[in-house]
Every structure is written in structure tokens, then in C-alpha cells.
Design a protein around this ligand. Structure first.
Ligand SMILES: *Cc1c(COP(=O)(O)O)cnc(C)c1O
Length: 432
């Protein structure tokens, strides 16, 4: 096992994913390429579904945060596995519906949905819209009323967890661009507004405190804060929330330094805290929705590149250049995210070399990582970056007119293309 149980080294010394030789996959499909183990994705869905039902109740639902990985086949898999999904744009909604994903199990998010987004969501019968702000509430109400429909909604709430205590948390704090703070009274105000708005039916509340979180405490605090808020709303308005969406955010292993998370245990812990909080607040535990993104798909994926140059600058540093970079993985450039990389041809050998992994863009910040431990490399080697299943393909761009890599799924010893490699013709498709 290398970092994750589905990654290993075969007798040839090559890295394998789901038992398949990555050097052979690179030869067959070309590089750069995203390769994902389908069984790992499905197993994570099942872990979440089973744990949610066991610990929160039979009606609990994990909804895959599809901004982390969005293309037709992933929505088909989520539909087959019985997951809900969360979409954050008209494009994600379109892709999901085009793949046949049931509209009733879609949660539609975004802090600035356009009229067109809202109209599209209403026209496709999206199950739940998570309303972010007062203007959106009024616009949605008017659009729904004009269509003679009533749209189920949740309100996005920021529970105001102190970011100084938990630095990883960046979306649930009072000054977030998302949602309505409990602390300022704005959460209660938008609740009153929603209850008075024609065309919408308020089911309850949503919070999402951040991402790549390993400690369970922030989730417990969030659940506690949200249940106290539900009790306050009941006292102040008489409205009792029947749904509580606690968002996503559980962490994923990017390097050996990251802990191995037992997701079922984490969900059990959050459920126990939510039950205790509900009891203390004197309200029944609502139907619970979770929104995992990263923890469903990140570990399943790797990216394969071909090494070009190896540049040693004596007394300074070493660079290994690959045939991709920030267009297929912008996360180091965006937030200095750390990854594990290895030479797939000699994956069993010790990582005795240190290098900065450089992409091929005309941009000094185009790096996959700095000062990484890796096997000594030479031109033509296949280089693998691990845990790239989330927020890599989904964030990919055509910067420097690099065509986006394909996505290859492996399962039962077979590989299939689920997203084709872009061609140069694709690059000029919309140029007039
Ligand atoms: C990004 C996001 C998620 C998923 O977060 P992960 O860290 O990928 O689990 C869930 N809900 C909302 C509203 C989000 O914006």
C-alpha cells in the first residue's frame, strides 16, 4: 500500500491503481491523465450512506458535493449509489440532469445565483434550493410564484465558529461571503422573511464550515450551534425545522503525515453530538443531510505525467518538469496544497531525491509542489501525483492552450475513458 489501500507496487516495481499498472496506463492513454479507481468512489458512497442511516436515521442522506468532480459519469454513479448531490451552478445542474440524475435529490447552492440559474432550477424541478441571501430569496419567490409552484428551500446559515480556534475553517465564520450569521441576528431575520415569502416552502437550514478538516470538534460545535438556532427559531416564530444540512468538509490523506480517517466513526461522532444537542435544545433531531465532496473522490484519483527535464541548480534546488501543471492541478498555486508524488516506474524504491515539481506553463508559480521527496527521475519516466480525485479535473483550465487531460476509470482490471482528452480542435471550437 502507498498512501491508500488501492495503490501498490507490482513485481515490475511499477505503481498500480486498483491492481492496474500505471506505466502501462500512461502508455495506453497518454499523459497527462487523471486515473480513478471506481470501486473506491463507490465504496466511499456506501460508507457514507450506511453510516448516515445507522447513526442519523433512515431518512438521512449524503449528497455528493459535485463541484469537487463534475462530469456525466460521476452523476450516473451517484444516482446508482442512491446518493444526493449538491450543485453550485447552472452548468453542474445541466450536467447532472443530462446524466439522468433525479432532480428531487439535488441541493442547489451558490452565494450569487443568477435569475437564469434560479429559473433553470425551477424548470428542472430541483428538489431543494439552498438560499444564501435576502435578494435571492425575493427573486426565487417571485419566479416560483409566477410559475405557480412552491419551491422547497433551506437557508444557508453561518454558525460563527471561531476561526482562531480552528484555522482550517473558512466558510462558517461570521464574516464569510456565504450565508447569514446567527450572531448578528441576520439568520433569524432571513428566516422570518422566508416564512413570509410566497412561492417558497422553508424546510430548514444549512451550514458548511470549511474543508479538509481532520478534527471532529468543529463539526460538533456546528451541530450544537445549529440545533440551538433551530430551537431559537421555534421559540421566536413557531417554525420547526424538519431538515438540517451539515455540509461537507471531512479531510483526506494527501501525505503520510495526514491521519487515516475512519469516516463511519466520524459520522457516528457527529450524530451522537447532534442528538445530544437536539435533546439539550428541546427540539427533535431533523432529517440530516451531509455534503461530502473531497472525502468521496480525492483518494480515488491520481494524475499521471511524463517527466521532461530534470534541472539541478547547484547550491539551490532541483526541478523535475512534467507535461502538465497548474492547468490540470491549480491547488498548489492557489493554496500551497501538499501532495505525494512518485516515479511510477520505480515506485518501490526509496524517495531519496528532493525536487520541486514544475509544470510546463510560462509562469514561475506553475508548480505541483516544492521540495518534495521523490525517487531520482529521468526524462521519459512516468510521474504520479496521488490523491488528485477532488478539485483537480474540476478546477482544470486551458491556460497556455493546454488541452484538458482525460479521466480514466479503472475497475475489475479494466480501464475505460469517462472523459475524453481535449483536442486542439476542441480548443478553437468557440472561436469565431
Ligand atoms: C465545497 C462544499 C462542500 C464540500 O466540501 P468538501 O470539503 O469537498 O467535503 C459541501 N457543501 C458546500 C456548500 C460546499 O461549498
Amino acid at each position: 500500500m502507498i498512501l491508500h489501500p488501492h495503490l501498490d507496487v507490482n513485481r515490475a516495481g511499477h505503481l498500480t491503481i486498483g491492481g492496474m499498472d500505471t506505466v502501462a496506463l500512461a502508455r495506453e492513454f497518454g499523459t497527462p491523465a487523471y486515473v480513478m479507481d471506481e470501486d473506491v468512489i463507490r465504496a466511499q458512497c456506501r460508507t457514507y450512506l450506511a453510516a448516515c442511516r445507522t447513526h442519523f436515521g433512515a431518512d438521512a442522506l449524503p449528497a455528493f458535493a459535485s463541484k469537487s468532480l463534475s462530469f456525466t459519469e460521476i452523476y450516473r454513479i451517484m444516482a446508482e449509489e442512491g446518493m444526493g448531490i449538491d450543485c453550485v451552478s447552472g452548468g453542474e445542474l445541466y450536467t447532472a440532469r443530462n446524466a439522468g440524475f433525479p432532480a428531487a435529490r439535488i441541493y442547489f447552492h451558490g452565494n450569487n445565483k443568477t435569475e437564469r440559474d434560479l429559473a433553470d432550477a425551477l424548470d428542472m424541478g430541483v428538489g431543494t434550493i439552498v438560499v444564501d441571501n435576502a435578494e435571492e430569496l425575493a427573486t426565487l419567490g417571485a419566479l416560483a410564484a409566477a410559475r405557480g409552484v412552491t419551491q422547497s428551500i433551506l437557508l444557508r446559515i453561518t454558525p460563527g465558529i471561531d476561526p482562531h480556534t480552528h484555522r482550517a475553517i473558512q466558510t462558517g465564520n461570521v464574516d464569510s461571503k456565504f450565508g447569514n450569521a446567527i450572531q448578528t441576528g441576520q439568520a433569524l431575520a432571513i428566516t422570518r422573511a422566508a416564512l413570509a415569502t410566497e412561492g417558497v416552502s422553508l424546510l430548514g437550514f444549512h451550514c458548511h464550515i470549511g474543508s479538509q478538516i481532520f478534527e471532529i470538534d468543529p463539526f460538533l460545535e456546528a451541530a450544537d450551534g445549529m440545533l440551538r438556532f433551530i430551537a431559537e427559531v421555534k421559540r421566536e416564530t413557531g417554525f420547526l425545522a424538519t431538515t438540517l444540512n451539515l455540509g461537507g468538509g471531512l479531510g483526506v490523506r494527501y501525505t503520510e503525515n495526514d491521519p487515516v480517517i475512519d469516516y463511519a466513526e466520524a459520522i457516528a461522532g457527529i450524530a451522537a453530538a447532534a442528538r445530544a444537542a437536539a435533546e439539550k435544545a428541546g427540539v427533535p433531531l431533523p432529517r440530516i443531510i451531509l455534503e461530502p465532496g473531497r472525502s468521496i473522490v480525492a483518494a480515488a484519483g491520481i494524475t499521471l505525467y511524463t517527466v521532461g527535464g530534470v534541472k539541478e541548480i547547484p547550491g539551490f534546488k532541483n526541478y523535475i518538469s512534467v507535461d502538465g501543471g497548474m492547468p490540470d492541478n491549480p491547488r498548489y498555486a492557489l493554496y500551497q496544497s501538499v501532495y505525494t508524488a512518485l516515479i511510477a516506474d520505480r515506485a518501490g524504491e526509496p524517495a531519496t531525491y528532493r525536487a520541486t515539481l514544475a509544470g510546463r506553463c510560462c509562469e514561475s508559480g506553475d508548480l505541483i509542489g516544492e521540495d518534495m521527496a521523490i525517487q531520482p527521475a529521468k526524462r521519459g519516466d512516468v510521474l504520479a501525483v496521488l490523491s488528485t480525485g477532488a478539485y483537480n479535473y474540476a478546477m482544470a483550465s486551458n491556460y497556455n492552450r493546454l488541452p484538458r487531460p482525460p479521466v480514466i476509470f479503472v475497475k475489475d482490471g479494466k480501464a475505460r475513458v469517462v472523459v475524453r482528452r481535449e483536442s486542439y480542435a476542441d480548443l478553437v471550437r468557440n472561436d469565431l
